[in-house]
Design a protein around this ligand. Structure first.
Ligand code: UD1
Ligand code: MG
Length: 467
């Protein structure tokens, strides 16, 4: 039978050193929140080991916000989630006790996996390696450790002939302070071992806290498992560490896209969030920002300085330099920009062409539409193959309400025209340049709405003053 896992994320602390408004588990990182990384890794760990179980977060500081987000996150990663409340942060052992006291199921899982919310580089694979170490020697518990030049603030691993102990920095004597092997704060322990020992933990130490690390004792059937790469365990405790971790994650993201066939001109200067997808054969220029849930299809090109947030771009499409897309959709074989701005609910069809200084908001453009220069299209429905000239404006707002402009397929709209919405044009209409349209036009209609030209021969001289 497969093993079952109670996975606990300790996330009740405040994270004071971060100097951010968000509670620590909700610190933004690569388009996600910090806690999402722990939830995803625990999910991967359970899947890798064909195990079943549940993720439980011990929360305290701003618990409502943390709970609300974590539920959504667990849903996204397809894991069962529960919560334990720790009103006062009396230490990591007390946090774990809150979990066992408040969840009947907790003591029924074969193993308890414990990690913190603030170490986003720990992957499911690392958790699996830790679990392997436990299984190999049939241990009651393992702690992940690593060696570091600067162990300041971290618990020191005291290896014994049998078992090991962890001494917190504050409690360590001179000799213990010299030890470079430290505790990462990630553990896998037989649940029966925890329930036997957890309530014996005392708070007689320098911090007056209940230390979870006291679970591990000399002569017990426990071992540390030392990991090579100390970066894996980097935690987010201040803004410098947040930036360092973000840089590592960004490089990792670019690497994984490159491995999947995405070409970069210089991947050191792109900013791509964790959940962004880019198709095989696409090319990304420097200074490109792909944020949130953005998805780019195959063989597309995203040119320098473009910023795409929560947007979807098809295959074989070019987003030219310095364009901005926000919650926008662009089809296949389209060309956008340079300097185009697609705002929320801009939905641009395949083979369309949106040129420089064109702004599109909440509008659906069918296949093959051209809006090539200096225009505003808002609250509009534009049919197939419509050609819109330079300097076109939908006057969609009357000061109180927004109104819709509809232009039927195959229409031609001359330059410098305005549509005073609500207004509807049928199919294959023709609007003369310089027109201000405020009445519907039936299919096949031609409209011209501008003052007639008056020409007076020879009169120019009167206005051109000679020096
Ligand atoms: C802990 C370990 C230390 C290890 C270090 C690695 C203990 C006693 N020490 O120290 O050996 O080297 O992590 O980073 O465990 N938390 C709660 N409730 C509490 C206290 C903490 O939920 O009452 C949560 C925090 O939000 C955090 C995690 O537990 O996510 C770790 O707590 P923290 O105070 O950062 O422990 P450290 O002093 O760093
Ligand atoms: Mg810490």
């Amino acid at each position: 039978m497969s093993d079952s896992f109670g996975c606990v994320i300790l996330a009740a602390g405040k994270g004071t050193r971060l100097k951010l408004n968000d509670p620590k588990p909700l610190v933004p990182l690569m388009g996600r929140r910090l806690v999402d990384y722990a939830i995803e890794s625990l999910r991967d760990f359970m899947v890798d080991n064909a195990g079943n179980g549940e993720v439980n977060l011990v929360i305290g500081h701003e618990k409502e916000k943390v709970q609300e987000h974590s539920k959504k996150s667990a849903n996204k990663f397809n894991v069962e989630v529960g919560f334990s409340i720790q009103e006062k942060q009396l230490g990591t052992a007390h946090a774990l006790k809150c979990y066992f006291d408040q969840n009947e199921k907790a003591s029924k899982f074969d193993y308890t996996v414990i990690m913190c919310a603030d170490t986003p580089l720990i992957s499911g694979e690392i958790l699996s390696e830790l679990y392997e170490a436990l299984k190999k020697d049939n241990l009651d518990g393992v702690a992940a450790s690593f060696e570091t030049k600067d162990p300041t603030g971290l618990g020191r691993i005291i290896r014994c002939d049998k078992g090991f102990r962890i001494v917190e920095h504050k409690d360590a004597n001179k000799d213990e302070l010299l030890i470079n092997e430290v505790n990462s704060g990630m553990y896998i322990v037989k649940t029966s071992y925890i329930t036997k020992h957890l309530s014996n933990i005392k708070s007689e130490n320098a911090a007056g806290e209940f230390y979870l690390t006291d679970l591990f004792q000399e002569n017990s059937n426990v071992k540390p498992r030392v990991f090579e790469n100390e970066k894996t365990f980097l935690g987010v405790n201040d803004l410098a560490q947040l930036e360092q971790i973000e840089n590592l994650l960004r490089r990792r993201k670019a690497r994984s896209l490159r491995d999947a066939g995405v070409r970069f001109i210089d991947s050191r200067h792109v900013y791509i969030d964790e959940d962004v997808e880019v198709g095989f054969g696409s090319l990304i220029y420097p200074s490109v920002n792909l944020f949130g849930s953005t998805v780019i299809g195959k063989d597309s090109i995203i040119e320098i300085g473009s910023i795409l947030t929560d947007s979807k771009v098809g295959a074989n499409t070019v987003i030219k330099a310095y364009s901005t897309l926000e919650e926008a959709i662009v089809g296949d074989e389209a060309a956008i920009g340079p300097y185009a701005r697609l705002r929320p609910k801009a939905d641009v069809g395949s083979k369309s062409k949106i040129g420089n200084f064109v702004e599109i908001k909440k509008s659906k453009l069918a296949e093959g539409v051209k809006v090539s220069h200096l225009s505003y299209v808002g609250d509009a429905e534009i049919g197939e193959d419509v050609n819109i000239g330079c300097g076109f404006i939908t006057c969609n707002y009357d000061g109180a309400n927004k109104h819709i402009t509809k232009i039927g397929k195959g229409s031609f709209i001359g330059s410098d025209t305005q549509m005073i919405a609500p207004v509807t044009l049928g199919e294959e209409c023709y609007v003369a340049s310089g027109s201000t349209i405020n009445q519907d036009i039936p299919s096949g209609g031609f409209a011209i709405a501008r003052g007639r030209q008056v020409t007076k021969e020879g009169m120019a001289r009167k206005f051109i003053k000679k020096k």
